[in-house]
Design a protein around this ligand. Structure first.
Ligand SMILES: [Zn+2]
Length: 556
């Protein structure tokens, strides 16, 4: 069914509660595992319909925020979502305590039960007021970032529009743009420090009330870390420091020569060529058409996927005035349809939608007929492998998007992906230090960041800038505010996606078959055994990172 024709129905939360009350009772009264699993399938059906409606309501609001009916529905959905989450939690508890647990685990997976256990340790009604306050603080940070009005060259920019100037091919333009950005952050840095200080103290208090020593363990549980913990992550970061930091320093020296400057400064960040970074050619319609050709050539599975997306009009990617900013991919269980929301703006980000977001959507399409809903509760370090690997699998078709600058684009993509890895680890280590010592002052936190810069980005020269050189950079990294410890997921996924890159350069078909296998595995197994089944090495294992750097160095 076409996305625009899917009927939306308002979800009555009272009806939902009644359904769950009965479900909980019936589930407790089941006389066998088979009976309880049959009942659980009814839950799948019901929750599939409810979540389809909630997602449709949000989506219709996002594509036209001026539409009053969906604006109201969107507010209502915000309001009822925690109530629904609470209903699901309560029901999951019954499953968890079932006398037929072994049978249920066989049907649903051990992973799902581990996730329920973790979820139970992450939330309690007594900390709901703190969680609400936490959300309000995050919104306050978001609005400071979203409402920025930055004067530059006689015009006013918001942060996302200023981005183009920050990477301008004219060095003087980008230097002044970075100064404008720095001035803006200097004007709000005390306010952001205050918000973050409150967030750290709030989260620490949540942890204490739930019986934790500090927020780190709770944060891991909120991220559903069901297969690795702090010790493994620390060892991973250590390997990145040893192997990737020197590698990235070499890449930066390459980039310095590419852009023909004597010394790399922070305002040369993300600039790869003297004639500017490559941007896609053609209209949005042409980009989508190129995507269709690409996926029909890549494999039979991707052809089926992209044709399905096109026939059912599951893309909403054209920028419009009343459309919400940003982009995402989601899945409608009732129609077994992935869908993609984006705002094309003429930068290489448009192609990321066709590669990265389509990687997520493709995974959803591959497992769309799996009736066990929990199999698609994929944790982020795995979900990002699906998307980041697709960026590499589509390298061979980039001429369709970038014409004769294909090679430039590929070089930029590879240099950028590798450079990201130490940065991602720095964001992660910073947060561990912050939540280990919640009593630190804002000035002490900035000093911590400044120190980490020396370890993770020794090549970066902030040229005495009063904001960036004094350890302020993290204030523009939203994830630090939204979701602690999220960021390392991108780094872990990147290290696995690069293994696919190495593999496909040796044997494309074989690498693709294993990628497909990984997509099909979804969340049926735990992280490390799943990687092993798909022929990949765990990033946590000593030597994985070192071996990868050796392979990647050959490519540049
Ligand atoms: Zn992604």
């Amino acid at each position: 069914m076409k996305l625009s024709q899917m009927p939306y129905e308002h979800v009555d939360i009272e009806e939902v509660k009644t359904f769950f009350d009965k479900l909980v009772e019936d589930s407790k009264n089941c006389k066998s595992g088979e009976e309880q699993f049959e009942l659980h399938k009814k839950y799948y059906n019901y929750i599939g319909d409810v979540s389809t409606n909630l997602k449709l309501g949000r989506f219709r609001h996002d594509i036209d925020t001026s539409e009053e009916y969906y604006a109201k529905e969107n507010d209502y959905i915000d309001e009822i979502s925690p109530v629904l989450a609470n209903c699901i939690n309560k029901y999951n508890k019954v499953l968890f305590e079932s006398p037929y647990r072994d049978y249920l685990e066989q049907q649903i997976s051990k992973v799902a039960f581990k996730n329920i256990e973790i979820a139970n340790k992450s939330i309690d009604e007594k900390i709901l007021p703190l969680m609400q306050e936490e959300n309000a603080l995050i919104s306050k940070y978001d609005s400071i970032i979203a409402s920025a009005k930055i004067p530059f060259d006689g015009e006013e920019y918001n942060i996302s529009l200023l981005r183009k100037c920050l990477t301008d091919k004219d060095r003087d333009v980008r230097k002044r743009a970075w100064k404008a950005l720095s001035d803006y952050f200097m004007s709000v840095t005390d306010e952001i420090d205050d918000i973050y200080d409150k967030l750290v103290k709030n989260r620490t208090q949540q942890a204490k009330e739930l019986g934790y020593d500090n927020y780190v363990e709770l944060g891991y549980n909120r991220m559903t870390r069901n297969a690795y913990r702090r010790k493994e992550v620390e060892n991973f970061r250590k390997q990145i420091k040893e192997s990737f930091v020197p590698f990235v320093s070499k890449i930066q020296e390459e980039r310095r020569k590419q852009i023909k400057v004597d010394e790399l400064k922070y305002y040369d960040n993300d600039v790869f060529f003297t004639n500017g970074n490559p941007a896609p050619i053609g209209t949005p319609e042409e980009i989508l058409k190129a995507g269709q050709e690409m996926y029909s050539e890549l494999s039979p599975e991707t052809k089926e996927f992209f044709d399905f997306m096109t026939e059912n009009e599951l893309f909403d990617v054209l920028g419009r005035k009343t459309k919400k900013a940003g982009g995402y991919m989601d899945f409608l269980p009732k129609y077994k349809s992935p869908y993609i929301f984006a705002n094309f703006n003429g930068t290489s980000g448009d192609v990321d939608v066709i590669t990265h977001e389509c990687g997520h959507a493709f995974q959803g399409f591959v497992t769309r007929n799996d009736e066990v809903v929990e199999h698609n509760d994929i944790t982020m370090e795995t979900a990002e492998i699906h998307s980041m690997s697709m960026e590499y699998f589509t390298y061979g078709w980039m001429d369709k998007f970038f014409g004769d600058r294909k090679e430039d684009y590929l070089k930029m993509h590879l240099q950028d992906s590798i450079t990201f890895i130490p940065y991602g680890c720095m964001v992660d280590e910073f947060q561990h230090i912050v939540y280990d010592k919640p009593e630190m002052t804002p000035a002490e936190r900035k000093a911590v960041w400044k120190e980490l810069e020396k370890t993770y980005r020794p090549w970066l020269d902030f040229d005495g800038d009063p904001f960036f050189d004094e350890g302020g950079f993290w204030q523009k990294q939203g994830h630090i505010f939204w979701q602690p410890f999220y960021y390392i997921d991108y780094v872990l996924a990147s290290v696995v996606a690069m293994q696919f890159k190495v593999w496909m350069d040796k044997d494309f078909k074989e690498a693709w078959q294993h990628y497909l296998q990984l997509c099909e595995l979804s969340a049926k197994d735990f992280y490390e055994p799943m990687l092993e089944t798909a022929g990949l090495k765990s990033p946590f294992r000593d030597g994985t990172v070192k071996g990868l750097v050796e392979e990647m160095e050959k490519k540049l």
